[in-house]
Design a protein around this ligand. Structure first.
Ligand code: SAM
Length: 262
């Protein structure tokens, strides 16, 4: 029996087999992978992923969906369901407790909290090999946007400093029950290796990026006034008269290092 989808949980269940297959083949799970699915719902992605990987850990907030999902998984593989808000799940501890170096994370995300989920995952990137997410198409465009684009902003910079962002394909509303009011897209994120990550203090990067885009129509000299003066901006090799949307992610790292004088 299919449950009535709950709006409050952002439930839009995938039913179009072609898109389910495309997502599963993009993930390409192997028998020894430790796959973690965010929001399994009725199991559209869970069951094929479980069949391929043999085991899967799923994080679901809606209690009502759990018994049916567990029953559907019988005989398919070892499904472990964590009944929790994904924002409270410590992915690093999960990997550690199962003795796996890195998790593979996937999910057709609840759109109402997609940005908090992305920022939560970034915190645990050292314990994650890759991520495949279904998101609002407009969010995927912001994540992958290049400097100069109208949609380039805080999300683009913070993600691109932590991972490679690969938009894969779009998914129309009719592929879901009920259809969402927006278009969707699937994206792959590949966390950067330790030697590729920047070495500026995370809190300073957050502060600089937030201040710069908080007032994106202002020049950097104005927007960053509480953090850096024009001389410091120039010493970071950035023009104080420039606007945030023209800066590459690496420019924000140099600005962040000026905050502490590193
Ligand atoms: N994966 C299923 C599919 O593709 O048909 C369901 C996707 S539906 C868009 C999002 C799922 O995330 C729902 O099952 C919903 O109950 C669950 N969910 C919503 N908020 C959540 C949260 N904070 N933590 C974990 N799961 C959540």
């Amino acid at each position: 029996m299919n449950a009535r989808p709950k709006k409050s949980f952002g439930q839009h269940f995938l039913h179009d087999r072609r898109y389910i297959e495309r997502i599963v083949s993009a993930i390409a799970p192997h028998a020894d992978d430790f796959v973690v699915e965010i929001g399994p719902g009725e199991g559209a992605l869970t069951l094929p992923l479980l069949a391929a990987a043999g085991r899967l850990t799923a994080i679901e907030l809606d209690t009502d969906l759990i018994p049916a999902l567990q029953a559907r998984a019988a005989g398919v593989g070892a499904l472990h369901i964590i009944h929790a808000d994904v924002l409270k799940v410590n992915f690093s501890a999960l990997a550690h407790s199962h003795g796996v170096p890195r998790l593979r994370v996937a999910g057709n995300l609840p759109y109402y909290i997609s940005s908090p989920i992305l920022f939560h995952c970034v915190e645990h990137f050292a314990a994650i090999a890759d991520l495949h997410f279904m998101l609002q198409r407009e969010v995927v465009e912001r994540m992958a946007a290049a400097p100069g684009s109208k949609v380039y902003g805080r999300l683009s910079v913070m993600l691109q400093l932590a991972c490679r962002v690969e938009p894969l394909f779009e998914v129309p509303p009719e592929a879901f029950r009920p259809p969402p009011k927006v278009d969707s897209a699937v994206v792959r994120l590949l966390p950067l290796a330790a030697h590729e990550r920047h070495d500026a203090p995370a809190a300073d990067v957050h502060a600089v990026v937030k201040a710069a885009f908080g007032q994106r129509r202002k020049t950097l000299a104005n927007a960053l006034k509480p953090l850096l003066d024009s001389d410091a901006i120039r010493r970071a090799d950035v023009d104080p008269k420039a606007r945030a949307e023209t800066l590459a992610p690496a420019d924000f790292v140099r600005l962040a290092k000026m905050c502490t004088g590193v």
